[in-house]
Design a binder for this molecule. Structure first.
Ligand SMILES: Cc1cc2nc3c(=O)[nH]c(=O)nc-3n(C[C@H](O)[C@H](O)[C@H](O)COP(=O)(O)OP(=O)(O)OC[C@H]3O[C@@H](n4cnc5c(N)ncnc54)[C@H](O)[C@@H]3O)c2cc1C
Ligand code: SF4
Ligand code: SF4
Ligand code: SF4
Length: 396
């Protein structure tokens, strides 16, 4: 049976929990807020299936990255609704048009990030846009298998480790299964996300959260929290329009500095497995890989605009065939591996944890200060502060 002795060796994909025929495995949060399998010995029949499906123990990706493209959806409204060039929406609409089901990360009623399914266009929007928190897979693999056995088209999207977990769980290919992963920097702790939100405003006042608010351009996107009274935090009623915009921009930046940059720049609160990730590089479990085309301005300026440009990678013969069917919806251009990876280093390698990671979690767990005060703590965060200054100066 599965036993986690080294936390870098579990990505929390949930394949073991989904496969267990006795429902002996539950996913339990550790002190840092990350989910790990927990086996109830009294239910376990030692069948070994949990070990067999674990993608860290059995890691044999079937595909290798082939064609790499800069791509953006031709429909500007659809593109505005995604994080970058809306490759997710392109694939999702294909699946829905065939009466299929789409799986991806969404918010639940308490603003936790969980994997869910969508079966129509209205439901689809909850799966759009990046949520920079680890998503809880719950029983999604079981549900996806049920739909596949009914002969439905299933698009399953997520991090590379989640797609690897799904593929090992299914144990065979299905013609009607399409998978798409993202280039994955790593995933932040759900506990950290909760503390940040709770200290920012009462959860019941929130109506929407957008980690990639594009009002000032997709590549300068901010974290925007919308309130139920209609205000975008922190728009203040009565202010003249230019001031409102300025304030929103500065607070949007503030949220980005407080929550997003300690993750993307300092790697302060990622899952331990993300610092020793088994799913980096060109060997892939998924048909497609989607990502942000950082640096696009520098090597294909004609493709750049403020609404977003994606990387689209075709990893399997299925992806190549599907691309031929869908390409008329796209503006695209082939690019080199070097151009893509130059600005996206975490395609090939894992992030290094911040030297202050342990200190930060110790303080957070033992409530030695608020989340905001820990991020402001100059001693622990010195390298971060320097990076923020560079960021404010305009460097990415
Ligand atoms: C935690 C995280 C780290 C990322 N790191 C990088 C990176 O280093 N470099 C890079 O270029 N791109 C990264 N991305 C991907 C990028 O942010 C966009 O998701 C990608 O460009 C697709 O955008 P889109 O416009 O095609 O689709 P969108 O409409 O934005 O679709 C979002 C897709 O991401 C999935 N998703 C959203 N949140 C999560 C989550 N928490 N866990 C699993 N799946 C999720 C959804 O299911 C959906 O498939 C990351 C995304 C996440 C969530
Ligand atoms: S060995 Fe079998 S019964 Fe025991 S936890 Fe693993 S999958 Fe479940
Ligand atoms: S990586 Fe996935 S399958 Fe392996 S132990 Fe962790 S949750 Fe289970
Ligand atoms: S960095 Fe690796 S282990 Fe972490 S979420 Fe992404 S794919 Fe999974």
């Amino acid at each position: 049976m599965i036993k986690i002795e080294d936390k870098t060796q579990c990505s929390g994909c949930g394949a073991c929990r989904n496969i267990c025929p006795k429902n002996a495995i539950s996913m339990k949060a550790d002190a840092e807020g990350f989910l790990y399998p927990n086996v109830d010995d009294s239910l376990c029949v030692k069948c070994g299936l949990c070990l067999k499906v674990c993608p860290i123990i059995n890691n044999t990706p079937p595909f290798h990255t082939g064609r790499i493209m800069a791509a953006k959806h031709k429909d500007e409204n659809i593109r505005s609704a995604g994080s970058s060039g809306s490759m997710f929406s392109l694939l999702a609409q294909y699946a829905l048009k065939r009466g299929g089901v789409v799986f991806g990360a969404a918010f639940d009623g308490k603003w936790n990030v969980v994997h869910q399914s969508a079966q129509d266009e209205q439901e689809l929007d909850k799966l759009r846009r990046s949520k920079y928190v680890q998503s809880d897979m719950q029983e999604c693999f079981r549900l996806a298998k049920k739909f596949l056995q009914e002969g439905k088209t299933v698009l399953f999207t997520g991090t590379p480790c989640q797609i690897a977990g799904l593929k090992n769980y299914l144990g065979r290919d299905y013609a009607s299964l399409i998978t798409a992963d993202i280039i994955c920097h790593g995933v932040p702790s759900p506990l950290v996300w909760r503390r940040f939100l709770e200290e920012t405003l009462p959860l019941q006042d929130i109506s929407a959260i957008d980690f990639r608010y594009k009002r000032f351009g997709w590549d300068a996107s901010y974290l925007c929290i919308k309130k139920k009274d209609g205000a975008s935090l922190p728009e203040i009623k009565g202010l003249l329009k230019p001031f409102k915009s300025l304030l929103l921009r500065s607070k949007g930046r503030l949220f980005k500095i407080i929550y997003i940059l300690p993750f993307t720049i300092s790697n302060l609160y990622e899952r331990p497995s993300c610092h020793a990730c088994s799913f980096k590089g060109c060997d892939k479990y998924s048909d497609f890989t989607m990502a942000d085309l950082w640096g696009v301005k520098n090597f294909i300026p004609e493709m750049y605009d403020v609404k977003g440009v994606s990387v689209l990678m075709l990893n399997s013969p299925k992806a190549e065939d599907l691309f031929e069917e869908l390409k008329n919806n796209l503006i695209y251009k082939d690019i080199s591996f070097e151009n893509m990876s130059q600005y996206n280093p975490y395609f090939m390698k894992s992030t290094e944890p911040s030297p202050f990671r342990a200190q930060f979690f110790d303080a957070l767990i033992n409530k030695k200060g608020s989340f905001y005060s820990l991020i402001r703590n100059k001693k622990g965060m010195k390298p971060l502060i320097l990076k923020i200054i560079r960021f404010l100066g305009g460097a990415r």
